[in-house]
Unconditional design. Structure first.
Length: 111
């Protein structure tokens, strides 16, 4: 689950922590589905080359504080960065999570 206070943003979380899982990420998937997100850790930047759908991206630092929020990243983007403090990233299908209630500096919980 990924949450900010009492607001739950994703009930199903896929963790990509080993090298192969991080490299594969969302490649080859047709979708993630509602209330589902992938956490890639460690990760400070992403690409969407070879992806089939647009994604919303939340970059977090080592304390799970948001360093950047990038909405509707289209397939084929070469590089998206969370900044020099970013240590992990949350990816979800574009438009499925209520990103408007999140801000840089907010802290999320992910388990």
């Amino acid at each position: 689950m990924i949450a900010h206070g009492s607001l739950v943003y994703a009930t199903k979380v896929i963790f990509a922590k080993n090298l192969f899982a991080r490299m594969k990420g969302l490649l080859g998937r047709k979708s993630l589905g509602p209330e589902t997100a992938m956490v890639i850790d460690p990760c400070a930047s992403i690409h969407t080359l070879g992806m089939r759908f647009a994604i919303d991206v939340i970059f977090l630092d080592a304390n799970n504080t948001i360093t950047a929020i990038v909405s509707s990243v289209s397939p084929g983007r070469l590089w998206v960065s969370g900044g020099w403090k970013a240590r992990r990233v949350i990816e979800s299908e574009a438009g499925l999570l209520p990103l408007s209630s999140l801000h840089v500096g907010d802290t999320l919980t992910a388990d």
